[in-house]
Structure formats: structure tokens, C-alpha cells
Design a protein around this ligand. Structure first.
Ligand code: LLP
Length: 384
């Protein structure tokens, strides 16, 4: 992704900063469009992955909707020009104020995660003289084969309603006058790189749909969530996930009823590879078993390595010397503030620039000002 032109231009920009390739974002969106949207699938972009204005602008132009998990995300989506009918609102702990805001905004769907939430939503909607469209999030107990912190569809996870509790919901529904049960929602986890978990999900969805029909409930839509992963090891080898293979799973395994819509909520697979965290090397410290390259970026900018043991690829942009072994670390007073350990990189000197790759999703949005650090700036490819 990077050449000497980038290195030269980056020299004059204060580090660390997030750099986004709008070209790669465009190409990624074209693939989503070609293999998903053009087949009639409704794809919501999970705004939690990255909410930068210029990214949202492109996502909107490509015809995607938005998946939100807070009132502020709904506000952001609306101000970016998405229509209320394009907005799904998930989240295991929506506040009364957020529910009210969603109702006032007439959003497409509340993805509800518990029976109590549906009852509270009913009450708030009734008081507001509204009817809320609800998609009940079900926990399908499907193994996502990803890191345990980003697995969401197992019985032990806090997300969704256990399908065994559905009969309780069915009994309550007739009295819930302000609820319009329009769909079912699933999301089994994130950074799922194998297709099998999605096949398993599709089959569970089919069985659950049968169960709804047995109870004379027809659903207007099925939302299978997001979770498709990216290649962190080889961001240049696989800059765009294989969306054809992903959507084919659902073409093949999901049994859609006549007139029924299928929705997706993709975050990382859309924006992950277009972003990099650009940082300057502050110091080189020779250790006993390795050399430490101390960067001016740390876990405050990209917490994924510290939180999920994620290994982001590191490019040295300003050296082509023979390789040496390094631990690439940040400046924060935490031992977990380590991007990589024991990797071979071209020899690094103080002042060299590095790119920490695949940082477009869950990078900038999860950053903090711990240690009273300044927030990293945003730079787009057409600005340099
Ligand atoms: N839908 C729901 C209900 C979700 O909870 C999520 C992500 C998505 C869609 C989008 O998932 P994606 O397509 O991006 O995998 N911070 C973690 C990831 C947390 C994902 C949370 N939910 C990380 O950096 O790996």
C-alpha cells in the first residue's frame, strides 16, 4: 500500500495519525455492492467500527444502511445523511433516553436483546403514541471460532435472547400493543475468517424461522449480523475480503420466505484494511533477547493488541536495511502496550516511520486519552 511518495509526505505530518486509503475503501464497497447489495441484500455498515465523516460519506454513496449501538451513533448516522429507514439499533443495554430517541427518529428496527427490553420499549412507545418495529436478537449458540472476547453467539455470552425463551415472548406479544415484531436478528461474533460458522448460523436461522411459522408468525426480515473477518497477516495480499464467498453462503444455505428481506451488519470487513496507524520511532533499545522499537503510538491509539492479543502487520516505511528482530512497543506505562514481539523488520533507527496496518476498524474509535495523550489526527489519501 505504501511507497516512497507516502513516506516522504508523511514526514511532514505530526505523528501518530490514522491514514485512510479512500481508494481501497471504494474498491471494497464495490465488492459489497456487486456480491451483496445487487442481489437484493440489505447491508448495514456497523458504524461502531469507524465513524469518520468521510468514511460515512462513501458508505452512504455505496447504498449501505447503518447499524447503531447507541443514541449518539443514531444521531451521527442521521447527521451523515442516512435515512431513519436505513438504521438498525442493537445493543444489550439501551437507556430509556436512547429508546425514546430511536422512536422519535422512526428508525427501521430496534434489535432487542431481552424480553424485558421489549416490554420497556412497548411502554415507552405506548406513551409516545408510536409503534416500534422490533427484531428480536436471538442467541443461536453457534461457535464463531474467533477470540473469546469477540464471540457473541454462545449460551454463555450476554447477547440476545435464548431461543428456548421464545414461547414466553409469544405469550406476551398479544398484549404488547406498541410492538410490531418484524424480524429476527443474529450476530455470532467478529473477525470470523472461516465460512463454516456462517453456514451453521444460516442453518440455525432456518430452524428458528420454522419455529416462528409454527406459531403463525411471519417475519418481514432476517438480520444475520456481521462478523466477517479480514487478513491481518497479509493486508497487501488480501486487501479486500472475499465477499463473493461470504454472500454465497447465505444464497446457498439460508431459506428465505417470499418477500422476505435479508439484512447484514458488516463493520470490520468494510473499513479494516483501508486504515493504518502511522507512527514515528522514538527510540531503539537493545534488549537481552530482542531489540525494542519504541513508537510514539501506543495502546491509546490501537488497543486491539493489548485487548485481544491481535497481531497487526507492521511496515517500516523509511528503511530497506537488512532485517533484525524487534519487539515493537508503545510509550504507555503498561507492559501490554506492545504491538508485536520478536518480529523481523528492516533495521530501524530513531526517526523512522512505521505503518501499523489493518487499523481502519476498531482503531481510532476505541482510542483513549489515557496518560493525557492527545488524540491522533485523521489523514485521507487524497489529502497528501
Ligand atoms: N452487529 C452487531 C450486533 C455487533 O455487535 C457488531 C460488532 C457488528 C454487527 C459488526 O461486526 P464486524 O462486522 O465488525 O465484525 N472491538 C473488537 C470487535 C468488537 C465487535 C463488536 N460488535 C475488535 O477490535 O476486534
Amino acid at each position: 500500500m505504501f511507497d516512497s511518495h507516502h513516506a516522504e509526505r508523511f514526514r511532514s505530518i505530526k505523528t501518530p495519525f490514522f491514514y485512510y486509503s479512500l481508494n481501497l475503501l471504494e474498491r471494497t464497497l464495490e465488492e459489497v455492492s456487486k456480491h451483496g447489495i445487487s442481489k437484493g441484500y440489505h447491508v448495514h455498515y456497523a458504524i461502531k467500527a469507524n465513524n469518520n465523516d468521510r468514511i460515512l460519506e462513501r458508505v452512504k454513496a455505496a447504498g449501505l444502511g447503518i447499524d447503531c449501538v447507541s443514541g449518539k451513533e443514531i444521531e451521527k448516522a442521521l447527521s451523515a445523511g442516512f435515512t431513519p429507514e436505513q438504521i438498525a439499533f442493537a445493543g444489550v443495554g439501551k437507556t430509556d433516553e436512547e429508546i425514546q430517541y430511536g422512536l422519535d427518529s422512526d428508525i427501521f428496527s430496534f434489535n432487542c436483546e431481552s424480553i424485558q427490553e421489549i416490554e420497556v420499549l412497548n411502554e415507552i412507545a405506548e406513551n409516545a403514541g408510536k409503534v416500534a418495529n422490533v427484531s428480536v436478537r436471538l442467541n443461536p449458540n453457534v461457535e464463531a471460532k474467533t477470540h473469546k472476547y469477540i464471540t457473541t453467539g454462545l449460551n454463555e455470552n450476554k447477547f440476545g435472547v435464548n431461543p428456548e425463551k421464545l414461547t414466553i415472548l409469544f405469550e406476551k406479544l398479544p398484549a404488547l400493543n406498541a410492538i410490531n415484531l418484524t424480524g429476527i436478528h443474529f450476530h455470532i461474533g467478529s473477525q470470523i475468517t472461516e465460512l463454516q460458522p456462517f453456514i451453521d448460523l444460516a442453518k440455525k436461522v432456518n430452524a428458528i424461522q420454522d419455529f416462528f411459522e409454527d406459531h403463525d408468525i411471519q417475519l418481514n426480515h432476517v438480520n444475520v449480523g456481521g462478523g466477517y473477518g479480514i487478513n491481518y497477516e497479509q493486508p497487501d495480499g488480501e486487501p479486500i475480503p472475499d465477499f463473493e464467498a461470504f454472500f454465497n453462503v447465505f444464497d446457498k444455505h439460508l431459506k428465505i420466505r417470499d418477500g422476505q428481506q435479508v439484512h447484514f451488519e458488516l463493520g470490520r470487513s468494510i473499513v479494516g484494511q483501508c486504515g493504518s496507524l502511522i507512527s514515528k520511532v522514538l527510540f531503539i533499545k537493545e534488549g537481552i533477547t530482542t531489540n525494542f522499537a519504541v513508537l510514539d503510538a501506543g495502546m491509546t491509539e490501537l488497543i486491539r493488541p493489548a485487548l485481544y492479543q491481535a497481531a497487526h502487520s507492521v511496515d517500516v516505511l523509511t528503511s530497506s536495511m537488512p532485517e533484525k528482530k524487534y519487539d515493537v512497543v508503545g510509550p504507555i506505562c503498561e507492559s501490554s502496550d506492545t504491538f508485536r514481539t520478536g518480529i523481523d523488520l528492516p533495521e530501524i533507527k530513531r526517526g523512522d516511520l512505521v505503518a501499523i496496518r489493518s487499523a481502519g476498524a476498531y482503531g481510532q474509535v476505541m482510542s483513549s486519552d489515557f496518560n493525557l495523550r492527545e488524540r491522533a489526527k485523521t489523514v485521507y489519501s487524497d489529502e497528501i
